[in-house]
Design a protein around this ligand. Structure first.
Ligand code: PLP
Length: 354
């Protein structure tokens, strides 16, 4: 038992970490030794435990599988040169998980359970955090509805689980994106602003169609007019036009990305003009035509920055400036990496040591 909320710890008999080169594992397929599980029943969070990572028996009738009451987060821990492990802005993920929970009629997780469980888990599994320059430990906290019951209603039981997996050298190839004007990702009044599992399931078919046409991702547009850009795949979208950093304003159809906020904070700190507003695809292509579109990229926890080098729209492809010329996003990428690896001052207090 440990912390303010009791966590029962059942340690693995022998760590599996020596079986892997954590700096060189395929992403998302190799899981660390332990996982954290808290259980909700009778109107409150009850038992919390850390156990060796592995499968848990769950009912095929459970609500999460049938009615999509499932939400998640994605965050990372980093190891500095001294071997110390820190989390990047974990409280933001905690708050966003609870925002998702409210929207999906699920119970919020108290901070002491989220942070207590996370820190304890990371202390046990710190050997799994890659030390390479671009390496990190990817952390997946999630909540699932576990009632064994067919029938559409909010579940009465839930599990809050955290699993982690090393992300070795993460390098995101520049991507070509297709502006999607048929399908949409989110609608006003819907769940686009939260990390509900169904948002991702519904995105797969349009993405598959775009990939068949030679694009890696789609740019989602608004569901009403398909004229305004919203997000790119599972990333927030940014442009540099002239000397202004532009990004779609947050709304209930856009996920409030923590990387997005970090990029905007850095841009403002560096004295750049920042605009958060509606951006039409026509505006982007006009800027491309007159040579003022300097950069386009997606940003998110997985890749930090994914450079967009081509945009497909209405049957035409537009080639964007070469990545080597993109001063802003290149600097953002480097500075964020340095902050996370403890190589420069953490001016905004983004890092939390475990
Ligand atoms: C739909 C969507 N947009 C944007 C993001 C980027 O958010 P963050 O920077 O917090 O990872 C994510 C990833 O979580 C996402 O799933």
């Amino acid at each position: 038992m440990t912390g303010t909320f009791d966590i029962t710890i059942n340690k693995i008999a022998k760590s599996r970490v020596a079986e892997y080169d954590v700096n060189n594992v395929p992403f998302g397929k190799c899981f660390s030794d332990h996982m954290f599980i808290a259980e909700y029943a009778d109107g409150k969070w009850q038992k919390a435990h850390i156990t060796p990572y592995g499968d848990t028996p769950l009912s095929y009738a459970m609500s999460a599988l049938h009615y999509g009451q499932a939400i998640f987060e994605g965050m990372k821990a980093y190891k500095n040169d001294k071997g110390e492990v820190s989390l990047f802005r974990p409280i933001e993920n905690f708050s966003r998980l609870n925002k998702s929970a409210i929207r999906m009629a699920m119970p919020e997780v108290p901070e002491e359970i989220f942070m207590g469980g996370l820190l304890e888990l990371l202390r046990l599994d710190s050997a799994w955090v890659p030390s390479s320059d671009s390496g990190s430990l990817y952390i997946r906290p999630f909540i699932i509805a576990t009632d064994e019951a067919i029938g559409v209603k909010a579940s009465e039981t839930y599990k809050f689980i955290i699993i982690t997996c090393p992300a070795g050298k993460y390098y995101s190839e520049p991507i070509k994106v297709l502006v999607e004007t048929n399908y949409f990702r989110a609608v006003h009044g819907g769940v686009g602003f939260v990390k509900a599992a169904g948002n991702y399931g519904r995105s797969l078919y349009p993405t598959k169609l775009a990939q068949q046409k030679g694009y890696q991702q789609v740019i989602w547009t608004d569901s009403e007019t398909h004229q305004y850009v919203e997000e790119s795949g599972t990333m927030n979208l940014m442009f540099v036009i002239g000397d202004t950093v532009l990004t779609p304003a947050l709304s209930d159809t856009i996920l409030s990305g923590i990387t997005r906020d970090s990029v905007l904070t850095l841009a403002k700190d560096w004295g750049m003009k920042v605009e958060e507003r509606k951006i039409s695809i026509r505006e982007v292509l006009t800027a491309h035509g007159n040579g003022t579109l300097k950069e386009a990229f997606g940003c998110g926890t997985a890749a930090t920055i994914a450079q967009i080098i081509g945009i497909g729209f209405e049957g035409k492809d537009y080639d964007l400036p070469p990545v080597e010329e993109r001063k802003f996003s290149t600097k953002v990428d480097e500075v964020l990496r340095s902050i996370r690896k403890g190589k420069v001052e953490d001016k905004f207090n983004w890092m939390m040591k475990i």
